[in-house]
Structures are given as structure tokens and as C-alpha cells.
Design a protein around this ligand. Structure first.
Ligand SMILES: Nc1ncnc2c1ncn2[C@@H]1O[C@H](COP(=O)(O)OP(=O)(O)OP(=O)(O)O)[C@@H](O)[C@H]1O
Ligand SMILES: [Zn+2]
Length: 599
């Protein structure tokens, strides 16, 4: 659209604001390519594009900035080059890099007016969410699955953040946390002793089986528990089977006999028809054996302070796919369910949903419309109506305020100006936290999830900040541990701003850049962790729980490691859409109607 038509549609003021904006686009894939084209044609003044990947043949059907001759070239660079041709005046900058790299620190994020996420994974989405909150830059988060798409505006203090709602995480095949029988809090469960005893026994059984991993009878033990013992117990509950057929336990001996002429090398290639029970039995044993060996190798090579290894299901990992296909078929036989082929299992368990180019295009369009609202500071204004005869394809939901108990967006952010040549951790603790901010003695300081200081661990106090990794842009996490205080403060994340102007000699080695207010810690429903046996494996907050809920271990809920731990900060992702394009009844909870964008 030529400049004059944009001005006529959007008005002089918004057009100028758009021209003056400097935006960041994270991801140049399906949504990213569409979005970059939109941003360039809408006249955004300066656009930075980042993507870590190179172009693949399979991208070409929908990532239309890319052509055959671009295969293997960096997405970000090609996207920039091609988009530049649409609008030679546009100022574009490309990075072939991971957005989670340290160079893209909070100061860099602060240089943007708006950030657009066009990503495909939780970790990167959570990371950008965190950085945008810290930098107080509005984030437009988007995603699509098949015909469904979603756009969510995230603004610190005004809206929910990406982490306000827990996200689904990958399922674990090996490495679950059965070996922590202390997780049941018996005091809360008076009257349920019998069930608790059952659960404890179950955990013990599973633990014993796991401990036999690597021995000759490991697959027998797993089989016997899952496909015989548990099933016999279940079918013994007569009340459950009044109106349905009870499940049939499987027999190891019988399947061993039936499968004796079969060979896994042939079966593994059969992916279009369901395996027979004896075939599945062979593949169950084979894949379990391969995965066990892999798991044990991981256990042997891990450093003692590393967390227990976990094997995750991945549709493209043959062994995990064979394992899931085989166990699903054996289970189907038990419960009289129609068995599925390896190919079907890959689709179902791998959650493969084809990417639809038009969904990406519409979603990218909606991202720009949302950006207009952000630029106008009018998040709640109705703005655009699209019409499509027939079904109502676009719905909206009101923006929710931040969830009070979200540890990610309720954390306070501050900046501390530091003379890195002089400042020690003690300057942070005494001059900044205690004198300037009024913290008491009971505080802990973390870097990512590693403990750097608490009243029982003072070794680092005399060290210079850069020695501890606290360089320009890095963050210091402060946790108020005051037990006496009924209402401790929310976690504080203090970003280091390296002093650049020459020192006059009078200034303190470290001082707050601006005054900050720190709210009280959000009340969560989380049970305190048992301080038992192994304790949190790597000194972090109950890692099993964290994985299940996709929690961010950066800003833990106040429980701090009692030893120095080093683990990269994990981040991840949501579904709290503002605009929902929804082709079917149900997913968005809305029915039929016209296309409508209205909030
Ligand atoms: N941490 C990251 N830093 C930079 N770019 C990232 C990061 N994580 C993912 N991306 C990029 O985000 C884009 C997401 O695009 P999309 O969902 O279309 O995925 P794709 O990999 O291109 O396609 P598909 O997964 O459907 O085969 C990809 O180009 C990917 O390289
Ligand atoms: Zn939040």
C-alpha cells in the first residue's frame, strides 16, 4: 500500500508513530515471514529480525520469502534481503542467532518499541516474555496450530504474561520422580492412610523395577507389572466392569512363544499397518532395551551436581516412537481398543498438525493490528472488523490483568549502576539492598538458579561482581527469605548497568539507577517442599514439580538452593489469547458468526 493510502487508513498520527517505531521480530518461520512482509509494507521505521535456523526444503510451502536457491542459508538474512526489495527505504537488521544468547540482554531489549514473537517453542517464548517484562517493552505473542491461531498482547503490569498460565510440557518416558516417596504429605490426608500406603507401595515397586534397569529380566519386570499385575488388579474390581468387558492381562510366556520366529529388523520397518501382538512384544523388548542403555549412559556421564537425566518422547526419535507404538498396541490388546500403526502413532503422539499458510497469514495480520493498539495505548478499543460470509472465524477475549500469583511477572525489576572495577557483592547486599531498599538480613542472592549469597554462605561477598558473572546486562535475583515477616517481598531482579562515565571518585561502587517499589510476595497454593532424603536434586525447587508445571526456576517461589548450583535458566510458554481465530466450535468456546475483531 503506498504511503498515502496508509496515512488515509490509519491517520497521520499513527502513521508517524509507526514510522518512528523500532521493532524486533523473533523468528522468521511461518508467521515470521508473513509478519515481516506486513511490517515492512505498513511502514515500520526500523525492523530487527532474528532467527537461529537455516532454510529447509520443507519450509518453502509456506515461508514464502524463501525460494529453492535459499536452502541452507540463514533464515534471518534471507528474510531481510527479500523483504528489503518490497520497501527499499526500510531499515532492516538481521541476526542469525539464538534470541536466548547473552548479547541480547535487557538493555538491548529496551531499545525496541515493540517485540513480536513468531516462535515455535516454549523455551524461547518464555525467555522473550521474561526479557520484555524486565525491559518493560510490549510483547505481541503469536502462534498457530492448523486452522487455529492466537495473538496475545503482553504488557508488564497491565496484562497477563506468557507464564501467568501454566503450559503443557513434554511427557517423560524415563526419569520420572518415583524415587522421592516423601512427596506425600500425610498430615493433610488424615483418613486416607490406606490409599497413601497403596501409593507408597506402588512407588516402591516402580523404584525397584527401575533399579533393575540393565539386568536381563528388566523388560520382564516392566511387562509383568504393567501388562499383567496391574491389569489383574484392575479387572478384579468387579464394580467397574458391570457394563463393559474387563481388561485381559497379557502373558509373557505366551507372547514369547508366539514371537519366537519374528525379527525386530523387519518389524521396525512396518509402519503402515498396526503390528500384531507378538510383533509389538518384540518391539517393546527391543526399544526398552535400547532406551535403557541410553538412559544408563546418560546417568554415567552426568556430573554429580547435574539433575537426574530424563528421556523425553520425540516423534523423530525412532526408539521412543517404537516404544510408544509397541506399548500402545499391547495396551490396545488388553482393553480391546483398535490398534494403531507406527505411522498413525507418530501423528497422534507427535501431535503433528499441518501448518496452514492462510492461518499464519491471518495471524500475522492480527499481530500488526494489535501493534496499532499498543502504539496508540488503547488496548481495550474495538478496532477492526473483517467480514467473511458464513462462520465466525475470529473471536476475541478481553485482556486479563496479571495473575497475582505468577512469579514471573510479579517479580520486581530494577537497575543497579555499577563500577565493575570496584563493586563487590557486598556493595550490593549492604549499600543497595539493605541501605537503599531496606531489606533485612534474611535474603538470598541468585544468579540464574545458582546461589551466590545467603547469611550462611558469605564466601562471595568480597568478590568483584564480574568475577561472579555479574557483568553488564546480567541480573541479580534477590529473594526475601525473612521468616518473621508474614508478608515477604516479591522476588527482585536487579540488572547490572555498567557505569560508563568516568568516575569522579565520590560515587558509590553500586547504587540504584532509579527508585523502585517492590510488592509483597504473591500468595501461592504451593505446598512447602519436604526437606527430606535426597532433597531437591540439584538444589533447585522440587525439579519434578517444576517440570510438570513448566515453572521458571529463575524466580523460584522463595525456596533457595543451599548449595551452589549451575543450571541454565529455563524458560518456556500459553494460551491466553486475546484474539482467537477458530474454525471449529469448542476450541475457542464460541459458535458461528461473522469474522470479528473486537476488544
Ligand atoms: N531461540 C530461538 N532464537 C531464534 N529463533 C528461533 C528460536 N527458536 C525458534 N526460532 C525460530 O522460530 C521460527 C518458528 O517458525 P515455525 O513455527 O514456522 O517453525 P519452522 O521450524 O520454520 O517450521 P516447522 O517447525 O513447522 O517445520 C523458526 O524459524 C525457528 O528457527
Ligand atoms: Zn505472569
Amino acid at each position: 500500500m503506498p504511503g498515502s493510502s496508509i496515512k488515509r487508513s490509519l491517520g497521520v498520527e499513527l502513521t508517524r508513530t509507526i514510522q518512528e517505531s523500532r521493532v524486533l521480530l523473533v523468528g522468521a518461520g511461518g508467521i515470521g515471514c508473513e509478519l515481516l512482509k506486513n511490517l515492512v509494507l505498513t511502514g515500520f521505521g526500523e525492523i530487527h529480525i532474528i532467527d537461529l535456523d537455516t532454510i529447509d526444503l520443507s519450509n518453502l510451502n509456506r515461508q514464502f520469502l524463501f525460494r529453492h536457491e535459499h536452502i541452507k542459508k540463514p533464515k534471518a538474512l534471507v528474510a531481510k534481503e527479500v523483504a528489503h526489495k518490497f520497501q527499499p527505504k526500510a531499515k532492516l537488521e538481521a541476526y542469525h542467532a539464538n534470541i536466548m544468547d547473552k548479547q541480547f540482554n535487557v538493555h538491548w531489549f529496551q531499545s525496541f518499541t515493540i517485540v513480536f514473537n513468531a516462535l515455535d517453542n516454549l523455551a524461547a517464548r518464555r525467555h522473550v516474555n521474561h526479557m520484555c517484562l524486565a525491559a518493560s517493552v510490549p510483547l505481541i505473542e503469536s502462534g498457530t496450530t492448523g486452522f487455529n491461531g492466537q495473538v496475545q498482547v503482553i504488557e508488564k503490569g497491565k496484562t497477563e504474561c506468557y507464564d501467568c498460565n501454566p503450559k503443557e510440557v513434554q511427557s517423560e518416558l524415563f526419569g520420572e520422580s518415583e524415587d522421592n516417596p516423601g512427596v506425600f504429605d500425610t498430615s493433610e490426608n488424615a483418613g486416607n492412610e490406606h490409599e497413601i500406603a497403596e501409593l507408597q507401595r506402588e512407588k516402591k515397586d516402580l523404584k525397584e523395577i527401575r533399579e533393575s534397569m540393565g539386568s536381563d529380566d528388566f523388560s520382564y519386570k516392566v511387562f509383568d507389572k504393567v501388562f499383567r499385575k496391574d491389569i489383574e488388579r484392575l479387572s478384579g474390581m468387579k464394580d467397574m466392569w458391570k457394563e463393559r468387558n474387563p481388561p485381559n492381562a497379557l502373558s509373557w510366556d505366551q507372547l514369547t512363544e508366539q514371537s519366537s520366529p519374528l525379527d525386530s529388523k523387519t518389524i521396525v520397518k512396518v509402519d503402515q499397518r498396526p503390528w500384531s501382538q507378538p510383533e509389538a512384544f518384540i518391539m517393546f523388548k527391543e526399544s526398552l532395551d535400547l532406551l535403557s542403555k541410553r538412559f544408563q549412559a546418560l546417568q554415567e556421564t552426568k556430573a554429580s551436581e547435574d539433575p537426574e537425566p530424563v528421556l523425553e518422547f520425540d516423534k523423530d526419535d525412532e526408539d521412543t516412537l517404537d516404544f510408544v507404538t509397541a506399548t500402545a498396541i499391547l495396551r490396545s490388546a488388553i482393553f480391546d481398543i483398535e490398534p494403531k500403526s507406527k505411522f498413525d502413532t507418530k501423528q497422534m503422539a507427535g501431535n503433528i498438525i499441518p501448518a496452514i499458510a492462510t492461518t499464519n497469514a491471518m495471524t500475522a495480520g492480527l499481530c500488526v493490528l494489535q501493534a496499532f493498539k499498543v502504539l496508540q495505548g488503547a488496548l481495550s478499543n474495538a478496532m477492526v472488523f473483517l467480514e467473511k460470509s458464513g462462520a465466525r472465524a475470529i473471536n476475541t477475549e478481553p485482556l486479563n490483568p496479571p495473575k497475582g500469583d505468577c512469579t514471573v511477572c510479579s517479580a520486581a525489576t530494577g537497575y543497579v549502576v555499577v563500577d565493575t572495577k570496584r563493586a563487590t557483592l557486598n556493595n550490593i547486599v549492604e549499600d543497595v539492598l539493605q541501605s537503599e531498599l531496606g531489606y533485612g538480613e534474611e535474603i538470598s542472592i541468585l544468579k540464574d538458579s545458582a546461589l551466590m549469597y545467603d547469611p550462611d554462605f558469605e564466601e562471595n561477598l568480597s568478590k568483584k561482581l564480574p568475577e561472579l558473572g555479574f557483568t553488564n546486562g546480567a541480573s541479580i535475583i534477590v529473594v526475601d527469605e525473612d521468616d518473621q515477616d508474614q508478608d515477604p517481598r516479591a522476588n527482585l531482579e536487579l540488572f547490572i548497568v555498567e557505569r560508563t562515565e568516568p568516575a569522579t571518585g565520590d560515587e558509590k561502587p553500586a547504587s540504584l539507577k532509579d527508585p523502585i517499589t517492590i510488592a509483597r510476595k504473591p500468595k501461592t497454593n504451593q505446598q512447602p517442599l519436604p526437606e527430606d532424603d535426597n532433597g531437591p536434586a540439584n538444589g533447585l525447587v522440587n525439579p519434578a514439580k517444576r517440570k510438570r508445571e513448566g515453572e521458571d526456576e529463575d524466580l523460584t517461589n522463595g525456596h533457595v538452593a543451599k548449595k551452589i548450583a549451575g543450571e541454565p535458566p529455563s524458560n518456556s510458554g500459553g494460551n491466553n489469547g486475546v484474539i482467537v481465530i477458530d474454525d471449529e466450535e469448542g476450541a475457542g468456546g464460541k459458535g458461528e458468526g461473522a469474522i470479528l475483531i473486537d476488544d
